[in-house]
Design a protein around this ligand. Structure first.
Ligand code: NAD
Length: 485
C-alpha cells in the first residue's frame, strides 16, 4: 500500500451520516488506486441506496434541528472557522489530493487554498443575501424571503474534489441547506478529510453527510431520491443528462457543470509573450482533466507559425512524473482515462503532431500520458470538437474575426473562452459574440477567482456556481403579500 506520509489522519472506509462515522450498511468497500504508481492507496465505503436514505433522513433532521435554527450570522461563522481549519491542514490535504488524484503537489496546494477561500467567501456572504420589499396595491405590504431549498445533493467528480466541494457545498451551507455529498469513487480522500474538518469546527450533525460509492449505486440513489430538493452535479454530459432526468421525475432543480472544449483566440496584435504561458498551461493543468481546460488554440494567420513554434518549444520542455515529485504534469486519474486519451491521440494520426513532453520518473504502472500538441487541425476534426480530458491541445489557423467566432462557437460546448488582442473594440465585440459562460480578455482563468460566477451554455450545462451568484441557485424565493387595509 502506498505510503500516505501520515496525511491520512482518519479512517477513510466510513461514511459520515448524521454526525457519526459509520460503515456502509452493506459492509462493502471499494479500493482507491494511486494513479502515480498503480498501487493500492486506501479503501472507501461502498455506499448504496440504504446509506443514501439514511443520509437524506439525517439531513432532514438537521434542517428541523440545530442547523435549521442557526442564524445566517452563526452559519457564516462556522464556515469561516472551517476555512481556517482547512488551511491549518494544508500539508496533509495537499498530499492526500496529490496521491488520490495524481495532481502535482503544488497544484494540490493551490486547491487547498481555494477550498479555504470558498469557505471564507461563503462564510462572509451567508448573511448578505436579502429579500426585497415590493411596492404594490393600496393596503398591502409585500416582501420576499430568501430560503434554502432544504436538502441538497452534491455529486462531485475526481478532477478537482476540493474546489468543487468548496464551491457547491460551501454555497449550499451558507444558505442553510443540509447537504448530502457523493464524492467520486476514483478520488474521495479529501472529501472525507473535509467532512472531518467540518465536524471538528462545529458544523452541527447532519448539516453535511458524505456517502462514498459508485455512480450507478450511491450517485443514482441520491439523484433519484424524493427527499432531495436540489442537485448540483459536475462531470460528464452523459451522467449529467441521467441526473437531470432523475431530478425531473421529482421536479427538483439541478445545476449541471459538464465540461467543455474551450478556445483561446489569438489575434495578430496579441502580446505573444504574455499569452504564451496561458496558451500552454490552460491545456496541461491537472493533465488536461479540467472542465475549463483550453483545448483549442485559434491563431490568426500572420502570427500562426510563430505561435506554433513557441508552443512546440514549451511542450518539448514539459515534464511528466509522479504527483509528489511535483513535475508540471502528473498522471491521469486512472488507466481507463489513460486509454481514453491515448485513443484520442491515435485518432490524430492524420494530423501534424508538432511536439510532446517527456517522462521524468514516470513508470509503466502509473497512468501517464505525454502532453501532445497537434497543429493545422481542421475545426471539424474529432480532436477539435470532442472533450478529450487529457493533456492534448490543437492549434487551428484562422484569417478573419468572423471566421474565428464561427470556429470558436462551432462545438456543442460553451464553458469558457479567451480573447488575446490589444484592440478594445474587438475585445468588446468578441465578448458578446462568443458563446460561453465566462470570457477572459488577455488572460485565461483570471486565477480561478472564487468570486467569479461560473457555468456553461449548451452541453457545458446550466446554472451558475461560484461567486455571490451561487447563493441564488442554492436558495428559493418566497413572496409574502400582507393585506392590512
Ligand atoms: P461521471 O460524470 O460519470 O462521474 C462524475 C460523478 O458522477 C462521480 O461522482 C460518479 O460517481 C457520479 N455518477 C456516475 N454515474 C452516475 C449516475 N448514473 N447517477 C449519479 N451519479 C453518477 O464521469 P467519469 O466517468 O468519472 O468521467 C468520464 C468523462 O467525464 C471524462 O472523460 C470527462 O470527459 C468527463 N468529466 C468531466 C468533468 C468536469 O469537470 N466537467 C469531471 C469529470 C469527468
Amino acid at each position: 500500500m502506498t505510503d500516505t506520509h501520515d496525511a491520512l489522519w482518519f479512517d477513510p472506509s466510513l461514511c459520515l451520516i448524521g454526525g457519526k462515522w459509520v460503515a456502509a450498511k452493506g459492509g462493502e468497500t471499494l479500493p482507491l488506486v494511486n494513479p502515480s504508481d498503480g498501487g493500492a492507496l486506501a479503501v472507501i465505503a461502498r455506499g448504496q441506496q440504504p446509506d443514501i436514505d439514511a443520509a437524506v433522513a439525517a439531513a432532514h433532521v438537521a434542517r428541523a434541528g440545530d442547523w435549521g435554527r442557526m442564524t445566517a450570522l452563526e452559519r457564516g461563522r462556522v464556515l469561516t472557522r472551517i476555512g481556517t481549519a482547512v488551511l491549518e491542514r494544508i500539508g496533509q490535504l495537499a498530499t492526500l489530493e496529490a496521491l488520490d488524484v495524481g495532481k502535482p503537489l503544488s497544484q494540490a496546494r493551490a486547491d487547498v487554498i481555494a477550498l479555504a477561500r470558498y469557505m471564507e467567501f461563503y462564510g462572509g456572504a451567508a448573511d448578505k443575501l436579502h429579500g426585497q420589499t415590493i411596492p404594490y396595491l393600496d393596503g398591502y405590504t409585500v416582501y420576499t424571503l430568501r430560503e434554502p431549498h432544504g436538502v441538497t445533493g452534491h455529486i462531485v467528480p475526481w478532477n478537482y474534489p476540493m474546489q468543487i466541494i468548496g464551491r457547491s457545498v460551501g454555497a449550499a451551507l451558507a444558505m442553510g441547506n443540509a447537504c448530502v455529498l457523493k464524492p467520486a469513487e476514483e478520488a474521495c480522500l479529501t472529501a472525507l478529510a473535509f467532512a472531518h474538518i467540518c465536524t471538528d469546527a462545529g458544523l452541527p450533525p447532519g448539516a453535511l453527510n458524505v456517502v462514498p460509492g459508485l455512480g450507478a449505486e450511491a450517485g443514482a440513489a441520491l439523484s433519484e431520491h424524493s427527499g432531495v430538493h436540489h442537485i448540483s452535479f459536475t462531470g460528464s454530459v452523459r451522467t449529467g443528462a441521467l441526473i437531470q432526468q432523475a431530478a425531473g421525475r421529482n421536479v427538483v432543480p439541478v445545476t449541471l457543470e459538464l465540461g467543455g472544449k474551450s478556445p483561446q483566440l489569438v489575434f495578430e496584435d496579441a502580446d505573444i509573450d504574455a499569452a504564451l504561458p496561458y496558451l500552454v498551461n490552460a491545456g496541461i493543468q491537472n493533465a488536461g482533466q479540467t472542465c475549463s481546460a483550453s483545448s483549442r488554440i485559434l491563431v490568426q494567420r500572420p502570427i500562426y507559425e510563430k505561435i506554433r513554434g513557441r508552443m512546440a518549444e514549451a511542450y518539448s520542455a514539459l515534464t511528466v512524473g509522479p504527483a509528489l515529485d511535483d513535475q508540471q504534469v502528473g498522471p491521469l486519474i486512472s488507466q481507463r482515462q489513460k486509454d481514453i486519451v491515448n485513443g484520442f491521440i491515435a485518432k490524430g494520426q492524420d494530423l501534424k503532431l508538432v511536439a510532446q513532453g517527456q517522462f521524468v520518473g514516470a513508470t509503466d504502472t502509473g497512468a501517464y500520458v505525454l502532453p501532445t500538441l497537434f497543429a493545422d487541425v481542421p475545426p471539424d476534426h474529432v480532436l477539435a470538437r470532442d472533450e478529450i480530458f487529457g493533456p492534448v491541445q490543437v492549434i487551428i489557423p484562422f484569417d478573419t474575426e468572423e471566421e474565428a467566432i464561427r470556429i470558436a462557437n462551432s462545438t456543442d460546448y460553451g464553458l469558457v473562452a479567451s480573447i488575446w488582442t490589444q484592440n478594445g473594440a474587438r475585445q468588446m465585440r468578441l465578448a458578446k459574440a462568443l458563446q460561453a459562460g465566462q470570457i477572459f480578455i488577455n488572460n485565461y482563468g483570471a486565477g480561478g477567482g472564487v468570486e467569479l460566477p461560473f457555468g456553461g451554455v449548451g452541453k457545458s450545462g446550466h446554472g451558475r456556481e461560484k461567486g455571490f451568484e451561487a447563493l441564488y441557485g442554492f436558495s428559493q424565493l418566497k413572496t409574502v403579500a400582507a393585506y392590512h387595509g
